[in-house]
Design a protein around this ligand. Structure first.
Ligand SMILES: [Zn+2]
Length: 354
């Protein structure tokens, strides 16, 4: 039996699928195809396939085998192939032709049998603070937590994790990105995720949502009102909107909604703002101050999940904290990365979300 089949037959794998599906159904942990999970032994790894949804972990085979020994050697030598896991899928072990997650190298370098990686909104709201490293040290040190400043997912992020972590590190707070937890079992890794959430969620969350008041004519332009309380609230809170506009804060926002937070001018007619948003790089979320939030009428489930995420993160921001934005170079690096173009293509395909 192949080492990959051994992993699939292990009781830990069944537990991992159950925990993955549970986290995947929680929009405060996972949005759309974001987040991933893995199981490994010394030389073999199963990792979530790119573009698949953790929520489907119990009903579909979303895991891809990866030759861990070869990938680790590539990471050690800085081989550019390690930037995504595609070159390390063993022949004959991948009948569906799936690609491993773009974050496969994170799973390879974080040396625990089970690794869960989520885009936990409470963690993101901390991880985009300029003082995130200090907050992690103060609140999570006894969990074995390390803070890793923002680095593009792939080879560079794996190298940054390697530099920041030691063998006792069980929790990674990834700057402007999310959370990873490593453990012997899926239950223990999930327990760490929940513990981090408890420690990073503020006692009082965010703003009161307003009532959207956008013209019906949005529909004539292929747009519609998007109403998720915390996201709608952005339109009615000039202070928070002022902090968010003019930048983006984490990779999946850039991939699914476009770079930055697009805000219409206060007096700008809706049609004019939507025409601006449709220009390249395209924006899939438009905030109309005092009026509401709009998305394309055909926005994919992943785009909608990311629109909810923005409001959920904003609700958890410390009002006093300075924030770190992705740079224009960071955004361009994500948008021009073939591995991310593949995920965007999957999101636009009819099978997306299934
Ligand atoms: Zn991620």
């Amino acid at each position: 039996m192949s080492p990959y089949q051994n992993l699939r037959n292990s009781p830990v794998f069944a537990d991992l699928c159950r925990v993955s599906a549970r986290l995947g159904r929680d929009p405060l942990q996972v949005q759309g195809p974001g987040g991933n999970a893995s199981l490994k032994d010394d030389a073999a790894m199963l990792v979530k396939a790119s573009g698949t949804w953790l929520a489907d972990a119990e009903t579909q085979d979303i895991m891809v085998p990866v030759d861990l020994a070869r990938l680790r050697e590539a990471l050690r030598t800085g081989d550019p192939k390690a930037d995504n896991g595609a070159a390390f899928v063993p022949e004959g072990e991948n009948p569906r032709g799936l690609r491993p997650s773009i974050e496969t190298s994170v799973h390879a370098i974080f040396d625990w049998p089970v690794v869960l990686h989520t885009h936990c909104v409470a963690t993101i709201a901390t991880a985009l603070r300029a003082d995130a490293g200090q907050v992690v040290a103060e609140r999570l040190a006894d969990l074995g937590a390390a803070f890793v400043p923002y680095t593009k997912p792939g080879l560079a992020l794996a190298q940054a994790i390697d530099a920041a972590a030691d063998p006792g590190t069980r929790v990674l707070v990834l700057g402007n990105h999310g959370l990873a937890a490593g453990a012997e079992t899926a239950e223990e890794a999930e327990r760490l995720v929940r513990e981090v959430v408890g420690r990073l969620t503020p006692a009082v969350c965010g703003q009161e949502p307003g009532t959207p008041d956008l013209p019906q004519s949005l529909g004539d332009h292929g747009w519609r009102t998007f109403d998720h309380g915390p996201t709608t609230a952005l339109a009615f809170d000039p202070e928070v909107l002022g902090r968010l506009r003019g930048g983006s804060f984490y990779p999946d926002h850039v991939i699914f909604l476009g770079p930055g937070v697009f805000v219409a001018d206060v007096e700008e007619p809706a049609e004019a703002a939507l025409a601006r948003a449709a220009a390249e790089p395209r924006q899939n979320l438009v905030v109309f101050p005092g009026r509401g939030v709009a998305m394309p009428a055909d926005a994919s489930p992943a785009m909608q999940a990311m629109a909810r995420c923005l409001g959920d993160v904003a609700q958890r921001l410390d009002p006093e904290a300075a924030l770190t934005r992705l740079t224009a170079e960071d955004e361009a690096e994500l948008l021009n990365w073939d591995a991310e173009k593949y995920r965007q293509t999957l999101d636009r395909s009819p099978a997306a979300g299934t």
